[in-house]
Design a protein around this ligand. Structure first.
Ligand code: ADE
Ligand code: ZN
Length: 329
């Protein structure tokens, strides 16, 4: 079994977070922006902990100043994903970083991103869909125009609504207005929870926002009743084990709960979150899961089936993907 070439479905990828450091350094140089502090000597991203990670992330993102920058970013990110066997990816897109939540500007950024995605689909066969994402630590008021951007552009390409950022900031239920607006526009719902906020934050995402998937969600392992609830209801976890280990949510791959959750019947999937920040790729994640937990072809096939079922895409796209996956799942 070649893990690198196995076709993969990724449900949790932040577009800006997937920017290769050399790409960000190049744009910074073009624009005369000094970003030396955010890079390590060997050219990676430098940060101390999760809070610092978020500020380095925002500093890196600050060089992406127009639709064309996002088009170039999308092209670079999708080429890298396709090289690791990804045939379908859902990217978190943040209108906060694409025109500051202004609907007219967002439409222009989105058109550029979508054109780049269409080109990548034609050249590399990778399909992308977008999940619009307000940033939690920017607060619930700033999320409202973001929800409006999402609702106004919901359709074949923008298919979901989520929330990222600092999980310890504010309460999820304060964002309910924005989530209701997105849901009424037909968008599918996910939210980052259970990465830092404990099992209680996963309950909040379920009870206050009505999510059908949870970004990370892995701290659910702390609450056996929640694990049972996830298994019974089929809420899907977008697990990103490499991200969790590098950021220190769990001290090692061995202690990551993905295998326990899976064997207790929770529908888990695997993604990279912000791959260059965590020096990971989808092939690397698969390799570590095979080495750490002995995952074999059948388990990876089950994982891919779950991701396909949980993908926020229309049924025609799901069928096309299923055909591409036929020999492996
Ligand atoms: N934004 C980008 N990566 C994130 C993560 N791991 N958690 C929350 N927000 C994020
Ligand atoms: Zn994330």
């Amino acid at each position: 079994m070649s893990l690198a070439t196995l076709p993969k479905i990724e449900l949790h990828l932040h577009l800006e977070g997937a920017a290769p450091p050399a790409f960000i350094r190049g744009l910074a140089a073009e624009k005369g922006i000094d970003l030396r502090d955010i890079f390590t000597e060997d050219g990676g991203y430098a940060y101390r902990d999760f809070t610092h990670f978020l500020s380095v992330y925002e500093a890196a993102t600050s060089v992406l100043t127009g639709p064309d920058d996002f088009a170039r970013l999308t092209t670079a990110v999708l080429a890298e994903s396709a090289a690791h066997g990804v045939i379908y990816t859902e990217a978190f897109l943040s209108p906060d970083f694409c025109g500051g939540g202004d609907l007219g500007a967002w439409r222009e950024y989105l058109a550029a991103i979508r054109e780049a995605a269409d080109r990548a689909e034609a050249s590399d066969g990778i399909v992308m869909r977008g999940i619009v994402t307000p940033i939690r630590h920017f607060g619930p008021e700033r999320a409202k125009p973001i929800a409006l951007c999402a609702a106004e552009t919901a359709g074949e390409f923008i298919t979901g609504f989520g929330i990222g950022g600092d999980e310890m900031a504010g309460k999820l239920k304060d964002f309910a207005w924005s989530f209701d607006m997105a849901r009424e526009a037909g968008l599918r719902i996910t939210a980052h929870a259970g990465e830092w906020g404990g099992a209680g934050s996963v309950w909040d995402a379920i009870n206050d926002l009505g999510v059908e998937r949870v970004g990370h969600g892995v701290q659910a392992i702390e609450d056996p009743a929640l694990v049972d609830h996830l298994a019974e209801t089929g809420v899907v976890l977008e697990c990103c084990p490499g991200s969790n280990v590098v950021l220190g949510v769990f001290p090692s791959w061995e202690s990551h709960p993905i295998e326990k959750l899976r064997t207790r019947g929770v529908r888990v999937t695997v993604s990279t979150d912000d791959p260059p920040f965590f020096r990971t790729t989808m092939s690397y994640e698969y390799g570590r899961l095979a080495d750490t937990f002995g995952w074999d072809e059948e388990i990876f096939a089950q994982l891919t089936r779950t991701a396909l079922e949980a993908a926020f895409c229309d049924e025609a796209t799901r069928e096309t993907l299923a055909k591409k996956l036929e020999p492996s799942i």
